[in-house]
Design a protein around this ligand. Structure first.
Ligand SMILES: [Zn+2]
Length: 481
């Protein structure tokens, strides 16, 4: 017997009405609650993305917590929403984390590998994508079709590199530098044990200690000549924007007081170091990084035009036709500042020399030095090869003065042994001021230099990079510190 038969027709009608009402209410409640979460959620490929900016206007997609219940279809509302809002150009900020690789970061942003390679190709003459380290900020800008239009890297608080897409898909490199000035601080100490330990104790960083040793090594033997109680003072310049330190430092003046004698080195405006009588304290640079002089297979040309695309495609070094396996020498005393493996530049070594000079050696088959190692002028640092994208074995050799590439074969590199005659008056005036600065360690606080050392360690030294395959360099924070 059926249950409904027990009710009178009137009651049955009422019951049906109630059921219909409840169902209707339920339907509207459901659709209302689901519409509250059906706004398309801009899912970030990674939680660490710091922000999302619509470049066209301020109204970017809104990120809402997802609370949709299972079984509720949202397809209809989503389509309606997609029609209401046109896709907008977007940009995504990302900060490099320890353990990241460039290709993983690009994958997370759904950028094709081909685009990464086009970027790396544009980077070959600059190696800016090779300087990425934990803390470096990236900004990806996409057009409305989600195609990457530009990549911005904040290398330090003063320098931003932008790779912008050109017609045809290639990228162009541009470096923008904020106005800079140098702030100076005095670091002073006395010798207790080695100069290395005493220098670190006083507040110099490892690179600065190595540089002081290199600058004075022709005047005194750091291992044999120094005694407990000898003193040293170093004027350290700290590169600043209007508001903050960039983390770059330079040594501007040194005095080592040993017994009754003072040993000096002063940085002059030509980027070289001289003693108090204006004599160069470092030997002249070698012009060539090889014993034999090889044919120039491609000259230095910052305004080179690409033969096919016609766009500017600078050649920031000189190509020397070295057969694979040719020993490559550092052309000056210095510290190995970078080694790497770039898909286009191949295996490379960069050496920072005292003062304003830097050399780079690309397409190597074998690297014989470590990062942070002190090297001498003429010291073998690598074997040449044909790594990266090359048509044949050669050495690509760069010489930078004050961060700008110059022609290594013709540039006025410090081959002069003295301060040039027309600069002597200015030099004497400069060293009088710096000698006074060096003499007053008690009055000059060293905190600033200590801070800059901490900054420098944080920004420059406290990371390592594993780079088994090009484009796969993994940026790790060192656990040693
Ligand atoms: Zn080249």
């Amino acid at each position: 017997m059926s249950f409904s038969l027990r009710f009178s027709p009137k009651v049955r009608h009422l019951l049906v009405l109630v059921v219909v009402c409840v169902l209707t209410l339920l339907f509207f409640w459901r659709s209302e609650s689901s519409s509250a979460v059906s706004i398309p959620v801009e899912t970030f490929p990674d939680k660490r993305v710091a922000g999302n900016h619509a470049s066209a206007d301020e109204e970017g997609p809104v990120q809402l917590p997802v609370t949709a219940e299972p079984g509720v279809s949202e397809a209809g509302e989503e389509n309606a929403f997609a029609e209401a809002i046109e896709p907008q150009p977007t940009s995504v900020d990302y900060q490099i984390q320890s353990g990241d690789t460039l290709s993983e970061i690009f994958e997370k942003q759904a950028i094709p590998a081909r685009t990464l390679h086009q970027l790396l190709e544009a980077d070959a003459e600059f190696l800016a994508l090779e300087t990425l380290q934990p803390g470096t900020s990236l900004r990806f800008s996409f057009d409305s079709n989600k195609q990457l239009q530009s990549l911005e890297l904040e290398l330090d608080p003063a320098r931003t590199v932008t790779y912008s897409r050109l017609e045809g898909g290639d990228f162009e490199h541009e470096l923008v530098t904020k106005p800079l000035h140098w702030h100076t601080a005095l670091v002073a100490g006395d010798i207790q044990g080695s100069f290395y330990a005493s220098g670190l104790e006083a507040g110099l960083n490892k690179g600065q200690v190595a540089q002081v040793s290199q600058l004075l090594k022709n005047k005194l033997n750091f291992r044999r000549d120094l005694r407990a109680g000898d003193t040293f003072s170093v004027v350290v310049g700290e590169e600043m924007t209007a508001t903050e330190a960039t983390g770059n430092t330079r040594i501007e003046a040194i005095v080592m007081h040993r017994g009754s004698k003072n040993y000096y080195a002063f940085l002059y405006s030509d980027g070289n170091y001289y003693d108090e009588s204006g004599e160069s304290v470092t030997p002249a640079f070698l012009r060539y990084p090889t014993k034999r002089h090889y044919r120039v297979s491609s000259p230095f040309n910052p305004r080179r035009l690409h033969p096919v695309t016609g766009r500017r495609s600078p050649h920031n070094g000189v190509d020397l036709a070295t057969p694979s396996g040719t020993p490559i020498m550092s052309t000056g005393d210095g510290i190995v500042s970078r080694i790497g493996n770039h898909p286009y530049a191949g295996k490379y070594v960069e050496v920072e020399h005292s003062g304003a000079f830097k050399t780079r050696y690309l397409h190597l088959s074998k690297i014989l030095v470590k990062r942070g190692q002190a090297v001498k002028r003429g010291e073998k640092i690598a074997l040449s090869g044909a790594t990266g994208r090359v048509t044949g074995p050669h050495l690509h050799f760069e010489f930078h003065v004050k961060r700008h590439p110059v022609n290594p074969l013709t540039a006025k590199i410090p081959t002069s042994a003295q301060v040039p005659e027309d600069g002597l008056v200015a030099f004497k005036r400069q060293i009088r001021r710096q000698m006074a600065q060096l003499k007053q360690p008690e009055q000059a606080p060293t905190q600033l230099a200590r801070r800059s050392e901490a900054d420098a360690r944080g920004r420059r030294e406290d990371w390592t990079k594993l780079c088994k395959r090009p484009g796969q360099c993994r940026y790790n924070t060192s656990s040693k510190q």
